[in-house]
Each structure stands twice: as structure tokens, then as C-alpha cells.
Design a protein around this ligand. Structure first.
Ligand SMILES: *Cc1c(COP(=O)(O)O)cnc(C)c1O
Length: 478
């Protein structure tokens, strides 16, 4: 043995090859059999953490042994997002092709901060985002960028909107100077990430005005119009309107075209949050949600939500990349680069480093093809419609919102002797129903609150879900 050898991390790929092959076999078996696990983890708080030692081991351990430990100690604490009866929140659906993309991306371990730090990272991202844009029927001429989440993408869009006010906040900041109250408008059904972005951008909670939704949970356009006119008259500066196509609680769709008529009249940035329902437009049946989208300044869609791409992969499209760049481009000497005709994605957001997320999206789009992806998504909507019909036809149950996309929101209704709904008893009954479903391990649903009422919510989005899985819910809804 050469005692003078410098320590290197891995001697060669021998152990890696064996362990990685085993891991791939494990993954294939797991994905084939994930439906046999209880959907929701049964582990108690602290149980997983207690299975581990207080300190990292001083001497390393064999990968084979660690794979066994992964199954024994970690897997019990997993809620199976891949399970075909995972109906809570919005399913995060991966796919086998997507997993291959993640494996290759991990091996390459690239950082695409600049074009030249890996031209393939930038150019494949540009290419697949053009494919996706066209496949969803979005207008020409949009700049696309992948970030981890819709939350970050909406933050970037609203930061660009803030810069587009002309207040030159990049240079002068927001403190120590006279600025009007700035405001972002969204409906009371919009995702919390919009308000969080406004908080992070210094608009304050007062800088967010939530417009009441109508009876179908869509933004009330005349209320929006009224709010903006009232604000302008009071010296408030509207910065952006964020509308949602596919809201989180009910998948309702704000009327983009009518909202755009208002934002255009006042020169306000229009942001469209399509994190969940946007990818569904890969099927022509759902393209109607984009009515008016040509007026949007920014659009968010999440392939990691309903396009079978593993987390994380959220896409921001904008027709104003100049504003993103004006907000975020800051090139220190050590990152100066000579190519002038290329895109350096670090100029269009907060983060410098960026991983190769386009690879998995390329594999998903290429392996399944847009037709099959669209058909599977449409089948989820068909399943949701079937469930909604079942609920409507079952006495003692009601839909709590119009059924939309793959979301079904419903509740059990308990009535008093006089025939009126007993709201307290109904809430308890629905909580009990949710616990019964989730503790059965056969399905996982979540809850939300609509107009103060506690309701159950089912969202279908897994590539392996069939009517057999949805029928499990029908067994509970009797
Ligand atoms: C899920 C969701 C978000 C947040 O998505 P992340 O990628 O987890 O940040 C934002 N908006 C809508 C409409 C969503 O459904």
C-alpha cells in the first residue's frame, strides 16, 4: 500500500456501481408497488429523528448497509406522494422518465449560472421551455426560466413589477424617501405565496388588497375595478394584479381577459398564477383558461405539480425579461464573461447557481409525448367529474364548490330536526370522515375552509391513478 497517497473520497466506482444498481432495482420495485404502502406516514413526531445517533459517524459505512438503513429507518417516515390514492393538497407527481433525469442530473452535478458554465443547461432550458410554451398554447415571444417553486417565481415576477413602476427601487431603495403606498391585488382565493412575495418585497401586508371572490370562487372583476379606482383616487400606486387560473382550494379560474382589460387601462403589471392548472393546457380541452393571456406580463406553471416532473420544477414565463434583468442583474468581476449573444440565467433572478432541471423536463416531454401527457391529465379530470357526480347523488353530502379540473371539494351535511344545517356537527362529521379516510391508509385527502365552512378536498394528479383508487373514496362517501 502506498502510504503517501493523498486521500481521495472514492477509490473508484466499484461500490457505487453495485449500490446504484441496487438502488435502481429498489426504485423500480418501489414505483411498481407504491400502492401497497399506507399513503400517509404513520410515524409519530420525533420517531424518525430518534432512530439516528447524536453524531455523524467518524468512520464511513458501506453504501449497501446504508441502503438497508434507508428502508428500515427512513421509509416509515415517508408519506407516499407517489401513491395513486394520494389526493391531498396537489399531488406532486413524478414519473419514471423524470427519475432518470434526476439521476443523470445528479451525476453531472452542473451549475448553469452562466451559459459557459455548461451551455447545455442554458440551451436545453430554453429549448424545452419553448416546447412547453407551444404545447400549452401560450403566445409567442415569452422568455422562460425554471426555478424551484411557484413561490419563488411569483416573487421574481412581482419584483420585476415593482421595478416596472419607474420608482427605481433598485437604485434608490424604499426607505428614506417619499413613496406612495404600493399595492398588489389578488383574490381571497389566491395562493399564500403572492402575499408572502409582497411581504418580502417591502409592500407590507397593507400592500396587498384581497378582492372578494364571487359565488364560484373567481375574482370579482367589478370589485377589483372598484378597489383600484378607489386606491388611485387615494394616492395609492397599483403595482400588479395577480390572478389565478386553478386556485388552491377549489381550482376556480379567474377571468383573465376581463382582468386584463383593467390592468391595461391603468398600466398595471398582470401576473397569472397557473401553478397547478397551467400544465393541463397541454390538452386542448383546457386551453380556455388562457383567454386573455396575451396581456399577461408574467405567468407561472408548475410541471412538478401536474406534468409528471419530479420536484422541483416551476416555470416562469414573461414578456418583460428586460425588467427581470433590470431588477436582478449584478455581475461581479469574477463572473464577467465574454459571450454577449447568450443568456446567462443568473441575470434573471435571485439565485446564482442553478441546477440542471431542464433535463428531467426534457425526458418527461420526450418520453411520454404531449398527446399522452394530455390524455392522462384529461383522465384525471374525468375521474374528478365522476366523483363529483357520485357526491351529488349521495344524500347527506354536497359539493362545496363547483367541480373544476381535477379538484373536488365537498362535505357531509348534518341537519338539525328543523331541517337547517347544523354547522358545528357538520364540521365534526367532516373532520371524522377525513380522519377515517386518512387513517385507513387507503387514500389521503386534505381539508380547506370555504366561507368559514370546513370542507374536504380531493385533487387527482398521479400518473398511476385509476377509477379503482377514486372508488376507495366512494366507499367512505355513502
Ligand atoms: C401550489 C401552488 C403554489 C405554490 O407552489 P410552490 O411551487 O410549492 O411554491 C402557488 N400557486 C398555486 C395556484 C398553487 O397551486
Amino acid at each position: 500500500m502506498d502510504t503517501n497517497a493523498d486521500p481521495v473520497l472514492d477509490d473508484d466506482s466499484g461500490e457505487f456501481r453495485t449500490a446504484a444498481h441496487r438502488a435502481v432495482d429498489w426504485m423500480a420495485d418501489y414505483l411498481d408497488n407504491v400502492g401497497k404502502y399506507p399513503v400517509l406516514s404513520r410515524s409519530k413526531p420525533g420517531e424518525i429523528a430518534a432512530a439516528f445517533a447524536d453524531d455523524a459517524p467518524r468512520e464511513g459505512r458501506a453504501l449497501e448497509e446504508l441502503l438497508v438503513e434507508f428502508e428500515e429507518k427512513i421509509l416509515p417516515g415517508v408519506t407516499h406522494w407517489n401513491h395513486p390514492a394520494f389526493f391531498a393538497y396537489f399531488a406532486i407527481t413524478g414519473s419514471r422518465a423524470g427519475v432518470v433525469g434526476e439521476m443523470l442530473s445528479a451525476a453531472l452535478n452542473l451549475n448553469g449560472m452562466l451559459w459557459k458554465t455548461s451551455p447545455a443547461v442554458t440551451e436545453l432550458e430554453m429549448t424545452v421551455l419553448e416546447w412547453l410554451r407551444k404545447a400549452m398554447g401560450l403566445p409567442d415571444g415569452l422568455f422562460g426560466i425554471i426555478n424551484d417553486t411557484a413561490s419563488i417565481n411569483s416573487y421574481l415576477a412581482l419584483a420585476a413589477a415593482r421595478e416596472a413602476t419607474g420608482f427605481n427601487i433598485r437604485e434608490l431603495g424604499m426607505t428614506g424617501r417619499e413613496l406612495p403606498q404600493m399595492r398588489v391585488y389578488c383574490s381571497d382565493q389566491s395562493h399564500s405565496s403572492i402575499e408572502k412575495a409582497a411581504l418580502a418585497l417591502g409592500f407590507g401586508a397593507r400592500g396587498v388588497r384581497k378582492i372578494l371572490a364571487d359565488e364560484a370562487f373567481r375574482m370579482d372583476v367589478s370589485a377589483l375595478n372598484h378597489a383600484i379606482e378607489e386606491d388611485i383616487a387615494a394616492g395609492v400606486r397599483p403595482v400588479a394584479v395577480s390572478c389565478t387560473v386553478g386556485t388552491t382550494s377549489t381550482a376556480s379560474v379567474d377571468p383573465v381577459a376581463e382582468i386584463a382589460a383593467i390592468t391595461r387601462r391603468h398600466g398595471i403589471w398582470l401576473h397569472v398564477d397557473g401553478a397547478y392548472a397551467g400544465p393541463a393546457t397541454i390538452h386542448p380541452r383546457f386551453r380556455w383558461i388562457w383567454n386573455g393571456i396575451e396581456h399577461a406580463d408574467s405567468i407561472v406553471v408548475n410541471p412538478h405539480k401536474w406534468l409528471f416532473t419530479p420536484v422541483d420544477c416551476s416555470v416562469l414565463y414573461t414578456k418583460r425579461p428586460d425588467m427581470l434583468k433590470e431588477t436582478f442583474s449584478l455581475v461581479p468581476d469574477y463572473l464577467k464573461t465574454s459571450e454577449s449573444e447568450v443568456i446567462n440565467y443568473m441575470d434573471y433572478g435571485l439565485q446564482l447557481g442553478r441546477r440542471f432541471r431542464a433535463l428531467k423536463l426534457w425526458l418527461v416531454l420526450s418520453h411520454y409525448g404531449t398527446a399522452r401527457l394530455g390524455d392522462v391529465i384529461a383522465s384525471h379530470v374525468d375521474l374528478a367529474e365522476g366523483l363529483a357526480r357520485h357526491i351529488t347523488a349521495t344524500s347527506g353530502y354536497e359539493l362545496a364548490a363547483p367541480q373544476s379540473f381535477s379538484v373536488v371539494v365537498f362535505r357531509k351535511v348534518v341537519k338539525r330536526a328543523d331541517g337547517d344545517v347544523d354547522e358545528d356537527a357538520s364540521e365534526r362529521a367532516n373532520e371524522a370522515l377525513m380522519i377515517a379516510i386518512n387513517e385507513s391508509g387507503r387514500a389521503f385527502v386534505s381539508q380547506t375552509r370555504l366561507r368559514g365552512k370546513y370542507v374536504l378536498r380531493v385533487a387527482i394528479g398521479n400518473g398511476a391513478t385509476t377509477h379503482e383508487h377514486v372508488d376507495r373514496l366512494k366507499e367512505f362517501i355513502r
